[in-house]
Design a protein around this ligand. Structure first.
Ligand code: TMP
Length: 209
């Protein structure tokens, strides 16, 4: 597989999605074929699972159901979209991937990371990101940005308390420390242009090898 798989990770409201689009434009302008996608989502079935897993009315959802739903969405996404795009030599920019499960369900909910990895092995079929940008932001700030943008409406995960989101943030930072070759931390407090510059520098450094 000749493509490049870049994932964008970090707490809610850290600006990943906007930065993914800016990076996509930057790479397209330089002649790369870029595919944008997101998790949970990216395919018809995975988007249907997204609706289910983020629905705030399903407050009774068990932690293990949550893990399996994210993994199910991922299995379809990897099979239907990510592997074919990598085989076609494209650059995939994916808004969240397995690190989000480790951070939210592992660090946030306290599920054993070994269990998360076992469940996800089947879903990812050996596909791993080449580069992961971890957008770091104080969770309170991120949640404020989201509430403003969505006029107070939050999904099931965004609606978790601040302490949960603090653990998620620490989770992402721990993952970045453990896998410093693959994961690069981006300071998401900076302006849109400054963050974009950091992203471009990191991606260019990866591409130059
Ligand atoms: P998004 O709003 O950034 O697209 O992500 C959807 C929410 O789902 C976000 O709050 C993070 C959460 N999430 C998990 O809890 N586990 C996962 O594996 C993924 C991909 C997302």
């Amino acid at each position: 597989m000749t493509g490049i798989f870049i994932t964008m990770e970090g707490p809610d409201g850290a600006g990943k999605t906007t930065q993914a689009k800016l990076l996509g434009q930057y790479l397209t302008d330089r002649g790369r074929q870029v595919v944008f996608t997101r998790e949970p989502g990216g395919t018809r079935i995975s988007e249907a699972i997204r609706q289910l897993v983020l629905d705030p009315t399903y407050g009774e959802m068990a932690d293990k159901t949550e893990i399996l739903l994210y993994a199910a969405a991922r299995a379809q996404h990897v099979r239907e979209l990510i592997i074919p795009a990598l085989e076609e030599g494209k650059v995939i920019i994916c808004d969240r991937f397995i690190d989000s499960t480790l951070a939210y369900q592992g660090y946030g909910r306290g599920i054993d990371p070994a269990l998360i990895k076992t469940v996800n092995e089947m879903a990812i079929q050996g596909v791993k990101p080449h580069l992961t940008l971890v957008f770091d932001l104080e969770p309170g700030e991120g949640l404020e940005r989201i509430k403003e943008r969505q006029k107070g409406e939050v999904d099931r995960l965004e609606g978790e308390g601040l302490a949960f989101h603090q653990r998620v943030r620490q989770g992402f930072l721990a993952i970045a420390r453990e896998e410093e070759q693959r994961c690069k931390v981006v300071d998401a407090r900076k302006s849109l242009e400054q963050v974009h510059r950091q992203v471009v520098q990191l991606v260019e450094a990866y591409l130059k090898g």
